[in-house]
Design a binder for this molecule. Sequence first.
Ligand code: ADP
Ligand code: ADP
Length: 228
Amino acid sequence: MIEMKDVWKTYPNGVMAVNGLTVYIQKGEFVYVVGPSGAGKSTFIKMMYREERPTRGDILINSQNLRLMKERHVPYLRRDIGVVFQDFKLLPSMTVFENVAFAMEVIEAGRDDIRKRVMNVLDIVRLKNKARFMPHELSGGEQQRVAIARAIVNSPAVLIADEPTGNLDPDTSWEIMHILEEINERGTTVVMATHNRSIVNNMRKRVIAIEGGRISRDEVRGAYGYES
Ligand code: ADP
Ligand code: ADP
């Protein structure tokens, strides 16, 4: 499913963010990525959805080698990988429906397909009744649920979440976690970078800890393992 073999990333300014990282994530897994600030978590995750290219080493997603992937094929990768960010990144001038539909329009899905599937994913994130709302009319948790709907609308094999609860209060964070867990139970692989110790320690999953751009710990039902 996701395979990284001796992956290195040095940024143009010389910062060595990832230093020889090897990892294998199977279909259907739920993985937390933890570690101190500056450890390389975001770089690791960005390389998975081809936002950053590795300097060296191979990254295979569903047997496609991202290092060799041509620029024009990247939009198609977005069908296999959905991404959710800490700051939601919704398009402010589009309704909830349009924000989610947009991800299907980009891959040229038909209009009837789009309507059915968008309402279906809005149902999964429990926002069917707010399809016509604008993002600014929603709470933070609701905005994140729209972002999740957008990320899964094309039925990706993998959902990547970079600090998805970073801007949310504890109750809202748990709502988001239950939705991510439900999506995982339907078969989607979930990879989530987080600083949320309470979530990691209470919803036990595989934990990959990164320090100095390397994996320092990889546990099947791991704990957060840091003080804050
Ligand atoms: P984390 O997500 O664990 O905080 P990052 O992957 O963001 O870690 O950063 C790892 C290291 O790479 C840090 O030293 C950071 O300053 C550096 N870094 C991150 N992004 C860039 C970039 N675009 N250009 C240069 N250095 C970067
Ligand atoms: P750019 O390269 O110009 O940033 P992108 O294609 O990366 O354009 O993103 C366009 C919009 O779609 C952004 O708001 C981004 O957050 C969102 N987006 C991109 N890829 C995904 C994805 N796989 N899942 C969910 N949203 C995505």
